[in-house]
Design a protein. Structure first.
Length: 154
């Protein structure tokens, strides 16, 4: 369930939007920032605050690939799998991360620290392969660089 503070922040977002529904993406981002993902209960409560049905808000949440509807690790590793990143070794980087963390693509490490997710494009093709770790964009990613990044966050 949402805290009173979070409900107040969502209501404030809705009050400043042309319609309460217009604040739905910002509200989902806010919920996710606090809870790390948007579970069914949080989604339903947020929908009520925005005068939407839970199904309507879920349609928005599942359309945007940066809104997580299931638990994720503390750091989400979004590895670009566009054609440019793939050509420059993104598939090898994915296999390396999976082996290192003992997961499959889409999985979360046993300690809950990392989730590896593919993403269609990060718009960083001139520095492929690219990875978004949390909110930090990395380009020209190498296995050694990835190992260092994971080690720093462990």
């Amino acid at each position: 369930m949402l805290t009173a503070e979070l409900r107040t922040e969502i209501s404030a977002l809705a009050a400043h939007a042309p319609t309460s529904r217009a604040a739905c993406i910002d509200a989902l981002k806010l919920v996710q920032a606090r809870l790390r993902y948007v579970d069914d209960a949080a989604l339903a409560e947020t929908a009520r605050l925005l005068d939407m049905s839970a199904a309507e808000l879920d349609e928005v949440a599942t359309f945007y690939n940066l809104i997580f509807r299931r638990p994720v690790g503390k750091t989400v590793l979004l590895l670009c799998n566009s054609i440019t990143c793939w050509m420059l070794g993104a598939d090898k980087l994915s296999a390396h991360v999976c082996a290192r963390l003992g997961i499959k693509p889409g999985g979360t490490s046993a300690d809950g620290r990392f989730t590896l997710l593919p993403i269609v494009c990060l718009g960083h093709c001139d520095h492929a392969p690219a990875l978004l770790a949390g909110e930090t964009l990395h380009g020209d990613v190498t296995m050694a660089g990835l190992d260092a990044m994971i080690s720093v966050q462990e």
